[in-house]
Design a protein around this ligand. Structure first.
Ligand SMILES: [Zn+2]
Length: 233
């Protein structure tokens, strides 16, 4: 899949591009507004070009950079991977994470926000290692189950799933290089996994504790204690 700048001035994308918007927060389509000219690329032969888009949800301008793949006499091929210049700051309820995991996960998401996708990938593996350290082999398996869930629910294609599995779970080989599109999927995957593992569990337990408290109160266990206090006052 690629993007083309044609001699007649037209701009063709193989498929529409959607990204999280730093202005409105929506995952919305990027609609090309200003695209590089065929003549300008042909004469300057740059390695990369800039494209101005409009966010389909809020109309704010978005900017991207694409690699020039090939230049011929009728069309110029650009990579379909568009690197965003302004990226949304990734948010997460970090207070639910254990200290060591929180430090690494914060840095992982900061790398992603800064557009350092390979640093982000390496930090994802470190985050996961910190999350399972000292917890036995079952802990890693639990995270793997969460990953499999994400792949299934989000219908991630096999090649991407395999690449992300290597990033996260391989321990005896270096973290493979990933591109911007794979990073966009990885960030959603790891956020969901961390949410399921820490935030959901903590919230559910807190909610259950609260329910039990009110159930006990209805049964009179807690009310009777209050009454006892009142009678002795
Ligand atoms: Zn927007």
């Amino acid at each position: 899949m690629a993007t083309y700048v044609k001699k007649d001035g037209s701009f063709e994308q193989a498929e529409p591009l959607s990204r999280d918007c730093p202005h409105c927060g929506a995952n919305a389509q990027l609609i090309p507004l200003a695209t590089p000219s065929f003549e300008a690329i042909q004469s300057a032969r740059p390695r990369q070009v800039g494209i101005a888009f409009r966010c389909a949800a809020c109309n704010e301008p978005r900017f991207g950079r694409a690699t020039v793949r090939s230049i011929d006499t009728v069309r110029i091929e650009l990579s379909s991977n568009i690197t965003e210049i302004e990226r949304p700051v990734q948010r997460f309820p970090y207070s639910y994470l254990p200290g060591a995991v929180e430090t690494l996960f914060r840095e992982a998401l900061q790398c992603h926000s800064a557009g350092c996708v390979n640093a982000f990938a390496s930090m994802c593996r470190r985050t996961l290692q910190a999350a399972v350290t000292g917890l036995g082999s079952n802990a890693r398996l639990k995270w793997f189950e969460l990953f499999k869930d994400v792949v299934k629910i989000a219908e991630i294609d096999e090649d991407t799933a395999q690449a992300l599995e290597t990033v996260l779970f391989t321990t005896d080989a270096p973290v493979p290089e990933i591109d911007a599109n794979q990073a966009a999927i990885l960030v959603e995957a790891i956020k969901d996994m961390a949410y399921q593992h820490y935030v959901r569990t903590a919230k559910l337990r807190a909610a259950m504790k609260m329910r039990r408290f009110f159930a006990d109160e209805d049964d009179g266990k807690i009310a009777s204690l209050d009454r006892h206090r009142a009678e002795n006052a």
